[in-house]
Design a protein around this ligand. Structure first.
Ligand code: MCN
Length: 788
């Protein structure tokens, strides 16, 4: 048994249970709960003139039908704007159920509760909604022209507008020896977790308590929203994220209408109520991201050094703005990446369209920013006839310039300051990894080979805080809890590694709970690659408190100095004289004033500390119990970075792209668990490939999503994702937190579009200025020099 586990490749302890099919997801719970179906708008833009439920009332098993008119006062208001910002000049959020109008296909109009989901669906089908049709506006640039309004009160469709400037970029560009001007497009896509959203709620009339299980990335926020909406005390509402089959950002919208409606129905009816999203609902009523159009001007010198960069972009925020400007501000602030720009100006306009709302999807605005920056670097290299790596080296922020203040505003409103990183070393390591100098461009089968490079810097782990609680029980189990949730990131494993290392106990003895408001009440949630930094450090700090207390109590028992003690494999012992020892679980018995234990072993071990006065052995001022709680609250985000290289073979006859090699060098500070970080990178790369070559939301001009099923929305199979992703790490610790770590959960996806565009461009010799690209589009592009 080893207890020094920080940094080790420990196998994920959550996997055996999940692989044996013993996971408990929302749909595994509440087998006798009433089922829910929603009547959703088939139209992208319309006023509701009537909702006729008469036919539905005859359906056997119907329990209730609710529309906007039935909602209690607190739920009849628009849902909150979660992150307001002064630049968000015209916020607009949805109602829990449509209030007289619908602004995208899929918007919920009525909620039907019945004995089961099938009956609820049958009843929902019989509800007749009458509409006055309005013109839908779907195309981003058309919406930006403001000729047709999504919301009457916002005639120009502009939700937000922001300019950030460092230096005088237009002047620097005008005075530069070389300039380029071009346009880049990225289409909409979305998170596609295996498990969709879902919520199951029950009201306990005896206890006057509501419990909701939600497939959420933030259970404490759901609790706050439910308590607020239902006018209950926080203590009356318990929200638990059970096993969650992926989130990738979409499950941080707190609350989704359904997360309020289902608990409200459960309380109103005094029954168990459950709704589990189907895939079509996920496509048309959850959230999307990515859709942006960028106009770029850049000025540079003979060496390819950027003297000025000016980017104006349109951001498609869909019909509502619960997240304010979070996605476009991330694009604008993180766009410069590892490069020192002589001057930088970025201006975005966030625009309403009659489509599903936009909220962060893994990477959150960074893939668009990196696509813009890295395409710019490649175009400079092409213009100057230089190697693409050379131009990158010419522009890097150097390690001795850290901390480096970008002069821009980070998404949390604080200045964006890179804390650490060695970008030249990261890129060099990648070039060595893939042997860049000697990569062969020969393809014997007539296909064309191309090589791409792309790098990024990612602000990870936004605050404001996260907490951890660690409790050594008298049976030796170390119970750990933190309030943020898990969707597959392996938190149980890594947090147990941290505790095992800090406390000196066997990994197997540590049991971690996440996302359960009964266990930990204050939390923010899992997003922005923050769990390792935020909860990891909070748990480490809490463990240090427990360790200190354990040593104090053990020192008293062993009549030793706490400084002379160590904890090894769950035993507190005198350094150099391990025969003088006491097990940690017996220290836990001692820490309890009642010192109650059935174990004779424990009784024997704790006898000798019985004090004459019979008082507790814990020091004066100490609290009973061998437990500790702490919070970690960072002063600012910590910035991870990485570089990807990709080699593709493009078939000029079909436009098919095969990824021959994919290399990653990643720097997230110290690695808690390299296997888990690499797994995160693998998943991210798969999503990056998906966003570059497969996934897009194909809306038609009427706002109908043409590919709202897995029959039509293409996701890559294992056959399309690189068979082997070569990964190397650089570990530049951050000075900002006790563990020296940075986040890693989104890294893999961020440069996907950029690196594949670069490789395809290199292969076909035609500029690639949009993503995603399907084989027909690549075929067309390589033949004509323009995408179809
Ligand atoms: N880690 C580590 N050493 C580090 C940094 C991280 O060992 N220096 C580990 C962490 O302990 C954690 C994992 O790597 O187990 C990811 O850590 P972190 O970067 O803190 O990200 P989060 O845990 O906060 O997860 C959120 C992140 C985001 S924002 C999305 S989106 C995403 C992602 O994680 N969604 C995921 N990865 C996902 N993975 C799965 N399986 N499912 C999702 O929905």
């Amino acid at each position: 048994m080893t207890t020094k586990l920080f940094g080790e490749k420990v196998a994920r302890s959550e996997d055996p249970r999940l692989l044996r099919g013993e996971g408990r997801y929302v749909d595994d719970l509440g087998q006798n709960a009433l089922g829910v179906a929603f009547v959703r708008s088939p139209h992208a833009h319309a006023r509701i003139t009537d909702i006729d439920v008469t036919d539905a009332l005859d359906v056997d098993g119907l329990v209730a039908i609710y529309t906007y008119e039935d909602l209690p006062e607190k739920m009849a208001k628009p849902l909150p704007v979660l992150i307001p910002h002064p630049a968000l000049r015209a916020p607009r959020t949805a109602y829990a159920l449509a209030n007289g109008e619908v602004n995208h296909v899929g918007e919920a109009i009525a909620m039907v509760v019945a004995t089961d989901r099938y009956v609820a669906e049958d009843a929902a089908e019989r509800i007749r909604v009458s509409y006055d049709f309005l013109d839908p506006i779907v195309d981003l640039e058309e919406a930006a022209r403001g000729e047709t309004a999504v919301h009457d009160e916002i005639p120009d469709n502009v939700a937000a507008h922001l300019v950030q400037e460092v230096g005088d970029a237009p002047a620097a560009i005008d005075g530069a020896p070389h300039t380029l001007e071009f346009r880049l497009d990225i289409e909409r896509s979305a998170s596609m977790p295996l498990e969709g959203r879902g919520v199951y709620a029950r009201w306990d009339a005896d206890d006057q308590r509501l419990r909701a299980y939600s497939s959420t990335q933030t259970s404490t926020s759901v609790r706050a929203a439910v308590a607020n909406a239902l006018e209950l005390a926080d203590a009356q509402v318990e929200v638990i994220a059970p096993d969650v089959g992926g989130g990738f950002g979409v499950k941080i919208v707190h609350p989704f209408p359904e997360e309020l409606l289902v608990p409200w129905a459960a309380k109103t009816l005094g029954r168990e109520v459950k709704w589990v999203e189907d895939r079509r609902e996920h496509f048309v009523s959850s959230a999307h991201e990515r859709g942006q159009v960028h106009h770029v001007r850049v000025g540079f010198d003979e060496d390819g050094r950027i003297l000025g960069l000016d980017v104006e972009f349109l951001h498609d925020n869909g019909a509502y703005t619960p997240y304010g400007i979070i996605v476009p501000i991330i694009t604008s602030t993180q766009l410069p990446g590892p490069y020192k720009l002589g001057a930088y100006r970025v201006e975005f306009t966030s625009v309403y369209t009659n489509t599903v709302m936009v909220t962060p999807y893994r990477g959150a605005g960074r893939p668009q920013g990196v696509f813009t920056m890295e395409r710019t670097i490649d175009k400079i290299a092409t213009r100057l006839g230089k190697d693409r790596a050379e131009v990158r080296f010419a522009n890097f922020i150097q390690p001795d310039e850290m901390p480096y203040d970008l002069g821009l505003m980070f998404q949390d409103g604080k200045p964006a300051i890179y804390d650490s990183g060695d970008f030249p070393a990261s890129l060099q390591k990648l070039l060595d990894l893939v042997d860049y100098e000697h990569l062969s461009k020969e393809a014997p089968d007539g296909r064309r080979i191309g090589v791409g490079l792309a790098g990024y810097v990612e602000g990870t782990a936004v605050g404001p805080y996260e907490g951890g609680h660690v409790h050594v029980e008298t049976n030796g189990r170390v119970m750990v809890s933190t309030g943020l949730t898990s969707q597959g990131q392996g938190h149980q494993t890594v947090f147990a590694q941290i505790v095992a290392s800090e406390l000196g106990v066997p990994f197997e003895d540590v049991h971690v709970t996440t996302g359960d408001t009964r266990r930990f009440g204050y939390a923010v949630g899992t997003f922005a690659s923050r769990a390792a930094v935020m909860s990891g450090n909070a748990i480490a700090l809490a463990t240090r408190k427990v360790r200190e207390k354990a040593l104090r109590i053990a020192a008293d028992a062993l009549e030793a100095n706490p400084d002379d003690l160590e904890i090894v494999d769950g035993v507190v012992q005198v350094k150099g004289s391990p025969e003088a020892q006491i097990e940690l679980k017996h220290v836990a018995v001692l820490s309890n004033p009642l010192r109650y234990s059935f174990s004779e072993e424990a009784q024997a071990a704790t006898q000798f500390t019985l004090k004459g006065d019979g008082g507790p052995p814990v020091a004066e001022g100490d609290e009973p119990g061998l437990e500790g709680k702490d919070y970690y609250s960072p002063t600012q985000s910590t910035f991870a970075n990485g570089f990807h290289a990709c080699v593709v073979a493009v078939d000029p006859e079909t436009g098919d792209v095969e990824i021959l090699r994919y290399g990653v060098v990643h720097d997230c500070g110290y690695l808690i668990n390299p296997t888990i970080v690499e797994g995160q990178i693998h998943g991210g790369v798969a999503q990056g490939v998906a966003g570059a070559l497969f996934e897009r939301m194909a809306y038609d001009e009427y706002g109908q999503l043409q590919n709202a099923s897995f029959m039509d929305f293409l996701m890559p199979y294992a056959t399309e994702v690189p068979q082997r992703i070569e990964i190397d790490h650089l570990e530049t610790p951050t000075p900002l937190n006790p563990l020296g770590i940075k986040g890693a959960g989104e890294a893999g996806v961020i440069p996907g579009a950029a690196v594949l565009a670069a490789a395809i461009e290199d292969a076909i010799g035609v500029e690639v200025d949009r993503m995603p690209l399907s084989p027909p589009e690549i075929w067309e592009l390589s033949r004509t020099g323009a995408a179809a």
